[in-house]
Design a protein around this ligand. Structure first.
Ligand code: ADP
Length: 483
């Protein structure tokens, strides 16, 4: 029997993307199709998204969706159905999905994403003619009220099963309690078992308390968030719901990320033609204005943030250059961190360069032309850039946390001896630990046969969606048969 699933997210590649969530929400429908799961995706109709489609017919009209007029538009993304929540007062504005042009959160984010959750619940509950769903899958805090609205929906009609996925527990959607009234939820929802969160309104908290199942994006992160250091206030609730918690690793979209066919590369390559990567290295040097050279070229593709350990990377740059290595950094975010990278760039002209913008094709060239990718995250729910690195023979140098731990095989003596290593993994205890890992990577790079082995092992590893797609499908089926 085909299962019909409504997947709700605030960003979906290739329509709108600020991070890994978009990649995953964009890839899931195709990953699940072979397993008899038909996924419809619901996303806000931001102007940039709306512009990608012509005139669309309204499938449903809400005259008063949490105080605003809204339509549900239907179109297709590839073979799958895409629904857009067109609420101009909430989403029809220029800027990012969550922040304005000055980098400040939109003041009405609580209303914007509560409306997304309410609309998703209405659709999943069968209130739109011609659409019916067995299961509602909500991603992150922006969609997390959807299972809350399903849970508290009045009436005895059968309800869809619900799943919430935590892509990053650092973002919880916590707002003033005074907004609760405007959500249209019954008074019973304001409780420790509902959306009340330390006296505030907690979107993710409410979703975690209400969904039939909780998933997060790697097995190690699923364990980590049970502990206060990683759970960020939600560890108690998650421990309480441990029986409903699943760690399912993200896959990568091998249609988007295939070095043999990637149009963003100067020269496509494969596992048996790694020498061709040199042309990409030259193109990357040019794109960043770096001096030409055959020494190790490290890359970083990242949000510039504390989570990503970018402060420690800054403290490691002099040592990195001292090893004869170079650094190309593609990233944007925290202005102070960007400023510090600029200072390092000026100090090491031709050896360190930063491009501070969001540039999807350049991120592909970084993976295809860089020798190694540095990911010194303090925590990392799954991480995608190490997976792209593995697929593109850009050897990952990663902190031992979350999905980084689950996907990289450290080049210790045993793994090298067994011929299975794929990268360098270190315990992130500060910049010194990162510098030691960089030393190790540079030494491995100098040993050409060993480096080639790391590259080839990484490329041979399967991080496509096949395994994880099957895991999500099995979870969905278990929930739907139980219901
Ligand atoms: P997170 O979602 O926490 O930012 P992930 O590693 O899960 O981290 O996903 C980040 C995604 O965003 C990857 O697809 C990565 O290639 C991409 N990315 C990050 N920064 C940039 C950038 N400046 N330009 C292009 N792509 C970027």
């Amino acid at each position: 029997m085909t299962l019909s699933v409504l997947s709700v997210a605030s960003e979906v590649f290739p329509l709108v993307k600020t991070g890994g969530l978009a990649d995953v929400a964009g890839a899931l429908p195709r990953a699940l199709a072979p397993h008899g799961v038909d996924v419809t995706t619901l996303l806000p109709a931001y102007p940039g998204v709306r512009a990608k489609f012509g005139k669309l017919k309204s499938r449903h009209h809400w005259p008063d969706l949490l105080g605003t007029d809204a339509h549900l538009l239907e179109t297709k993304l590839g073979d799958q159905r895409l629904l857009l929540l067109d609420a101009p007062a909430l989403f029809g504005r220029e800027g990012g999905p969550y922040i304005d042009a000055n980098g400040r959160d939109w003041a009405d984010n609580w209303r914007r994403f509560a409306a997304l959750g309410k609309a998703a619940a209405d659709v999943a509950l069968g209130q739109v003619k011609g659409l019916s769903f067995d299961l509602l899958h909500a991603h992150d805090w922006q969609a997390a009220l959807a299972p809350v609205y399903v849970r508290y929906a009045p009436g005895d009609a059968p309800k869809p099963s619900t799943v919430v996925t935590i892509h990053n527990i650092a973002f919880q959607g916590q707002f003033a309690a005074s907004h609760f009234k405007a959500l249209g939820l019954p008074a019973a929802a304001w409780s420790v078992d509902g959306v009340e969160y330390y006296g505030d309104l907690g979107f993710l908290k409410g979703g975690l308390a209400s969904a039939d199942a909780i998933t997060t994006v790697s097995p190690t992160y699923a364990q980590e968030i049970l502990r206060p250091e990683y759970g960020m206030g939600l560890e108690g609730l998650i421990a309480h719901r441990r029986g409903a918690l699943h760690g399912i690793l993200n896959g990568i979209d091998t249609a988007q990320w295939n070095p043999a066919t990637d149009a963003a590369l100067a020269m496509p390559f494969s596992r048996t033609a790694l020498a061709k990567r040199k042309a990409n290295k030259r193109a990357l040097e040019k794109a960043f204005g770096l001096a030409r050279g055959d020494g190790p070229l490290f890359v970083v593709i990242s949000r510039l943030s504390w989570q990503k350990g970018m402060d420690m990377l800054i403290d490691s740059i002099d040592a990195l250059v001292g090893m004869g290595a170079r650094l190309a950094l593609l990233g944007s975010g925290d202005a102070a961190l960007e400023g510090a990278f600029r200072v390092a760039e000026a100090r090491h002209k031709g050896r360190v360069a930063i491009q501070s913008r969001y540039d999807e094709p350049l991120s592909h060239l970084c993976q295809g032309g860089g020798d190694a990718i540095i990911i010194p995250s303090r925590f990392e729910p799954c991480g995608l850039t190490q997976l792209y690195g593995l697929a593109y023979a850009c050897v990952p140098v990663v902190a031992r946390t979350g999905g980084l731990h689950d996907t990289v095989i450290n080049a210790n003596a045993a793994a090298l001896e067994a011929g299975v290593a794929t990268g360098v993994k270190f315990d992130l205890a500060g910049a010194d630990a990162l510098i030691a890992a960089l030393h190790q990577a540079v030494a491995l790079y100098a040993d050409r046969p060993t480096w080639r082995m790391l590259q080839r092992n990484g490329m041979a590893a399967d991080f496509s969606w096949s395994t994880s797609g099957a895991a999500y499908a099995a979870l969905y089926r278990g929930l739907c048969t139980r219901a």
